[in-house]
Design a protein around this ligand. Structure first.
Ligand SMILES: [Zn+2]
Length: 139
């Protein structure tokens, strides 16, 4: 018996996108919600400690940084404008505080956004429908 060139995907259970994104954002495994989705600060786990699901093959690319910038920008800019409108602090104080606040929020949100992105990629099975590479003749 010869092996088929392509295995036909078995019908798989639906994956809840919202649940997977929420679990990932909380640092939990999108599949089971028990283990961790990241090893260390940003590295996707190669195997969930609870269910064994692997996430290190998923390529989140620029999505987590973009999400982080979007979220932190929408927190810092209104806060900065509100503080300026209400208290009019000195410029040196603003120049000292806001970069630190921004950096702290970026570091806080980046792994959460990475987890959410991995949850989204996992739930939508992105990157799992790769076509077999066809060899193209040299032109
Ligand atoms: Zn798991």
């Amino acid at each position: 018996m010869t092996e088929p060139l392509m295995t036909v995907a078995e019908p798989e259970a639906d994956r809840s996108v919202l649940q997977a994104v929420a679990r990932g954002a909380l640092g939990r495994c999108p599949a089971c919600g028990e283990g961790r989705v990241l090893e260390g600060y940003l590295k996707a786990t190669s195997g969930c400690s609870a269910c064994g699901e692997s996430y290190d093959h998923l390529r989140a690319d620029d999505m987590p940084p973009w999400m982080t910038i979007l979220i932190v920008g929408h927190i810092v800019v209104p806060l900065l404008l509100m503080v300026e409108q209400i208290w009019h602090p000195d410029m040196w104080l603003q120049m000292a505080v806001w970069p630190v606040v921004t950096l702290a929020l970026l570091l806080l949100f980046l792994p959460r956004c990475k987890g959410a992105a991995l949850g989204l990629l996992w739930a939508t099975r992105a990157g799992q429908q790769e076509e077999p590479a066809e060899s193209e003749p040299a032109s």
